[in-house]
Write a protein of this length. Sequence first.
Length: 149
Amino acid sequence: MGTALVILMTLAALAAVAYPLVRGIRGRQVPPMPDLETQAAYADAEDIELDFRTGKLDNAEYQALQQAAQKGLDAELERKIKALRGERKQARKPAGARGKCAKCGTPYDSGDQFCAKCGASLTLKRACANCGAPYYEGDRFCVKCGKSL
């Protein structure tokens, strides 16, 4: 009986320690791997640093190589920034825009019910000139008075 109790308490202690670790691993998202150009640029910078620390490079060579590597890293960073800006511009362009908001002029996609910029309703766009009843886009006749829209 005593042995079973010791084993049970040991398992409970292991579970109490392991649970937060397992829960933390499952909830964490792994960041995407950098592309090959970025990996190569960082590897070059690390190689230069290692060579300097081991005495293979003197201070002048180290400074020159470090500046060249930094320019490469800066160029890679600028390339990524341009790519992200291009993606953001593409995302802003409405693919299937069917109209513009009557209040602010922002383009909207079919199926949108409210303007993304000003919040105005996109489903009720106009009112009948004869009776003032609201009508939907595509309606040809007023539902209240029957006049042509």
